[in-house]
Design a protein around this ligand. Structure first.
Ligand code: SER
Length: 349
C-alpha cells in the first residue's frame, strides 16, 4: 500500500512539475521571433502555420522566393518577406527587421532533383546554409536545418542505423546533408551558434505535395487510392525506407528547438523514426480501407538506386533519451487520417 501511495505521490508531483515545465516553456515560446526560409515548400507550408499557432501569427515570418509566394491561409495569417537563401543580405535584412531569434532553414532540393541539378543543390544546400549560419552568428539566432535519411550511404548499417555511424552518401542530396550537419556542428562548437537538427525520413502529408524526392511514392499512393486510380510504384517490392506522418515531423522540428540544451549530447543531427515499410506493406494497409485499390510497378532506376543506398530503418534512441522524442502515428493511424483528409480535400464521400 505504502509503495503504491508513494508512487502515486511521485506521479502527482511529476505531473505538477511537468505542468510547470510546460508553462515555463510556453512563456519561452511566446518570446520567439521566427523566420522560415522556404515557407511555401512541403514542410514549410505546414510548419509556418503550426509555429504561428504557438508563437503568435505576427512573430513567424514566411520567407519565400518570387514564383513561390504564400497563398491562402499562409498568406493571410501573418507577415511574409522575400528571402532567397542564396542572398545573404536578404536574410540579414529580414532578421534585422523582425528581430528574429530563430531561423528554420527549409530551403533544399529533394534527392532525385538534386541528382539532375547537383550544382544548384550545393548552392542552395551549402552556399545557402553558410549564409544562414553567418547571419545567425552575427545576430545571435538559433538555427534549425533538416538533415535526412539520405545523409547515410551504402556503407552504413542498413537496419537500425545508429545515430553515430559511417556517413558516405552517394547522392548529391546526401553530400549536402552530411556537409550541412558538419557545418552546423562547427558553427556551434566554434562560435556558439545554437544549431539543432533532425534527420527526417520520407514525410507524408495531404497538404502540400513533395517534389522530386525518392520517398514521394508513399504520398502519391494515397492520392491514387482516394481518386480510384491504379498506382504505378517507382520502387520495387522489398525496398524499405523510414517514413513519417507530417504532424510527427512538425512536432520533432519544434521540440528539438525547444529542448533543454543541457541534455543535448548531439545536435546535428538526430535520427528520428516512426515507421519503416516497403511498397507491399503500404499497399496492403491501404487495401484494408480501399479494397479494390490496384498497384503495379513502373520502376524508376534513379529512385531505385537512391533508395537502395539508403537505410531500411534508423535507430532513434538518442533523440528519445536526449529530448524525449516519441512519434504518435504508426502506419495504420497515418493511413486512416490520410484517406479521410484526402477524401475531404477532393470532395469524395
Ligand atoms: N524525402 C526525401 C527525399 O526523398 C528524403 O529526405 O528526397
Amino acid at each position: 500500500m505504502i509503495k503504491i501511495a508513494n508512487s502515486c505521490l511521485t506521479l502527482h508531483l511529476s505531473q505538477q512539475r511537468h505542468k510547470q515545465i510546460l508553462q515555463l516553456s510556453y512563456q519561452t515560446k511566446k518570446m520567439k521571433n521566427v523566420l522560415i526560409i522556404g515557407s511555401t515548400g512541403q514542410i514549410g507550408s505546414e510548419l509556418t502555420m503550426k509555429l504561428r499557432s504557438i508563437y503568435g501569427s505576427n512573430n513567424v515570418i514566411a520567407g519565400y522566393i518570387p514564383g513561390a509566394e504564400p497563398k491562402g491561409e499562409l498568406a493571410e495569417s501573418g507577415p511574409a518577406e522575400i528571402v532567397d537563401i542564396t542572398n545573404a543580405q536578404q536574410i540579414a535584412d529580414a532578421v534585422e527587421k523582425y528581430k528574429i531569434d530563430t531561423i528554420y532553414n527549409l530551403a533544399a532540393l529533394l534527392s532525385a532533383v538534386a541528382e539532375s541539378k547537383p550544382l544548384l543543390a550545393w548552392k542552395i544546400g551549402i552556399g545557402g546554409l553558410m549564409n544562414v549560419l553567418e547571419v545567425a552568428r552575427e545576430k545571435h539566432c538559433a538555427v534549425f536545418t533538416p538533415s535526412s535519411i539520405g545523409s547515410f550511404g551504402p556503407n552504413a548499417p542498413k537496419d537500425g542505423t545508429p545515430q553515430d555511424t559511417i556517413q558516405q552518401p552517394k547522392t548529391m542530396y546526401g553530400v549536402t546533408k552530411v556537409t550541412g550537419e558538419l557545418l552546423s556542428n562547427y558553427y556551434f562548437t566554434k562560435f556558439g551558434v545554437d544549431t539543432r537538427s533532425v534527420r527526417f525520413p520520407g514525410l507524408i502529408s495531404y497538404v502540400t505535395p513533395p517534389g522530386g524526392g525518392t520517398t514521394d511514392y508513399a504520398v502519391d499512393i494515397y492520392y491514387a487510392a482516394v481518386q480510384g486510380k491504379p498506382f504505378s510504384c517507382p520502387v520495387k517490392e522489398g525496398t524499405f525506407m523510414d517514413m513519417m506522418y507530417m504532424p510527427d515531423a512538425l512536432r520533432a522540428a519544434i521540440e528539438i528547438m525547444e529542448a533543454n540544451p543541457d541534455r543535448l549530447i548531439h545536435r546535428n543531427s538526430f535520427n528520428i523514426a516512426s515507421m519503416s515499410f516497403d511498397p507491399v506493406i503500404i499497399y496492403n494497409k491501404i487495401k484494408e480501407y480501399v479494397p479494390d485499390f490496384v498497384m503495379n510497378y513502373e520502376l524508376d532506376p534513379l529512385r531505385q538506386a537512391i533508395a537502395d543506398s539508403w537505410p531500411n530503418s534508423l535507430d532513434d534512441t538518442c533523440a528519445r533519451l536526449e529530448w524525449d522524442w516519441k512519434p504518435e502515428y504508426d502506419l495504420d493511424a497515418m493511413t486512416r487520417d490520410m484517406l479521410e483528409k484526402l477524401r475531404i480535400k477532393f470532395g469524395i464521400k
